[in-house]
Ligand binder design. Sequence first.
Ligand code: ATP
Ligand code: MG
Length: 252
Amino acid sequence: MSDSIRIVGLEKSFGTQKVLQGVDLELPLGQITVVIGRSGTGKSVLLKTLMGLMRPDGGSILIGGQDITKLPDRELLRVRNRFGMVFQHAALFDSMTVFDNVAFPLREHDRKMKEDEVKRRVDAALADVGLAQAGHKWVHELSGGMRKRAAVARALVRKPEYLLYDEPTTGLDPIMTAHVDELIRSAQDHTEGLTSLIISHDMHATMRIADKVAMLHEGRIIHEGTPEDFQTCDHPVVRQFVDGKLEGPIQV
Ligand SMILES: Nc1ncnc2c1ncn2[C@@H]1O[C@H](COP(=O)(O)OP(=O)(O)OP(=O)(O)O)[C@@H](O)[C@H]1O
Ligand SMILES: [Mg+2]
């Protein structure tokens, strides 16, 4: 059985730039939580600290009551093994086939696994994302949507308890976006107990797939609730974002 994740007062700065300034967020077990927020607000930083790829400056990340921010590197690695991540730019290895990309986490972390078991798991993961016929292809031969799907297969292949997606549909056309949304939803529905966190700019997708939505703004979660709550929330910053009237000045 998985443990719930609770993020409390999380802080992260780069030099004098304060990015996360006390983020509080709970990821309910077995549900999809979507974090929204403008570009540059620290959404990717939040995911990286959550997965132990980046150390926060303050606050805690409690998994089953244990604060993972205080763990030594070796133990943190064990925690990281419970996560799957779909990076913002798919981050596949260009020099490998789709099959080898998806097999990579198994070969890397489950070294004793027999090659026929690796093949069985990879074939199943590829079939789950509709890429059963594409295992032999090279990454450069894939469309953008196929890359995203291969990245999802790679994140799922070790059957993680927690699945993190950073902007899974950015840059895809509306049809492909709908496919990837369906994929996320079906990965969720077919994986018992899976807890997912998605970073998204896409309000339509967010409203369709989220069980819970949280908005990150100026280093904190300023509002959280169901998709329906976001439709009726009258916080001006939330309204602006949800209605898509103004993305605000571009922050670089
Ligand atoms: N390793 C780093 N070193 C220094 N600054 C960083 C680092 N990573 C992120 N930042 C800064 O932290 C801020 C938040 O970055 P982050 O990538 O989390 O934004 P984001 O909300 O994911 O934006 P987007 O929606 O554009 O992906 C940015 O100003 C960024 O320049
Ligand atoms: Mg980002």
